[in-house]
Design a protein around this ligand. Structure first.
Ligand code: PGA
Length: 248
């Protein structure tokens, strides 16, 4: 059982999916969900962020540039995201790392940009299948975290969230068992405790990777799992709300 009283967070990552119609559907569906203990955020593709502007839905972006402005065709700066009301920004999703060659160091730079803008970075980490099979999961995740904690002063990280997403579980229907997920979450919390004890108690750690309505409750019941980063199931309003309810 999770006995520590941290708030819960459920974040939907639409990835490169969705439409203005889906945004409208979610605005009305989410207006029926309210909870004192669970914060809900949706991260649609950037072009849909403004569709949520007149609603109560808390929105986040899926990525941000490490630069402030200028000659970076196709990229968006953190001030643009803030201007459109984003409160969160995912950084270092495994699909960005894979598709765009984002390194641990670049992810840390992006996370710092988001924090400096007063927004919350959802900093993703997690291992590929080969690393899981070789048993080096914690070493792999430690390197990802080292980059963040080296680049960003711990005093600035109070507003950050870490999402553990084993790559072999993303979009595959193959979830880490609650025990497997908890094991890595406990490792991450211990890692943070070595940097700053207070931060280790307060920081939200999300699990991501094939979270669905039928497995969410068991995952969220674990001591160090404070919510989820939800991909596929965040595209269906009923499923997403069921997952939010499981966090409640
Ligand atoms: P999934 O995606 O829930 O579809 O596995 C999670 C994510 O990539 O954030």
């Amino acid at each position: 059982m999770n006995t520590v009283t941290r708030k819960r967070l459920v974040a939907g990552n639409w990835k490169m999916n969705g439409s203005r119609n889906l945004a409208s559907e979610f605005i009305s569906a989410l207006s029926a969900f309210s909870s004192e203990t669970v914060d809900v955020v949706l991260c649609p593709p950037a072009i849909l962020i403004s569709s949520f502007e007149q609603s109560d839905v808390i929105v986040g972006a899926q990525d941000v540039s490490q630069f402030d402005s200028g000659a970076h065709t196709g990229d968006l700066s953190v001030s643009m995201l803030a201007d459109f009301g984003c409160k969160f920004c995912i950084v270092g999703h495994s699909e960005r790392r894979e598709d765009h060659g984002e390194s641990n160091e670049l992810v840390a730079e992006k996370a710092l940009k988001v924090l400096e803008a007063g927004m919350t970075p959802i900093i993703c980490c997690g291992e590929p299948l080969s690393v899981r099979e070789s048993g080096d999961v914690k070493d792999f995740v430690r390197k990802q975290l080292d980059a963040v904690f080296t680049h960003i002063d711990v005093s600035l990280l109070g507003n950050a969230v870490i999402a553990y997403e084993p790559i072999w579980a993303i979009g595959t229907g193959k979830t880490a068992s609650p025990e497997e997920a908890q094991d890595v979450h406990a490792f991450i919390r211990q890692y943070i405790a070595e940097k700053d004890s207070d931060l280790s108690h307060s920081m939200l750690l999300l699990y991501g990777g094939s979270v669905k309505p039928d497995n969410a409750e068991a995952l969220f019941a674990k001591q160090d799992i404070d919510g989820g980063l939800i991909g596929g199931a965040s595209l269906k309003a009923n499923d997403f709300i069921a997952i939010c309810q499981a966090a409640n």
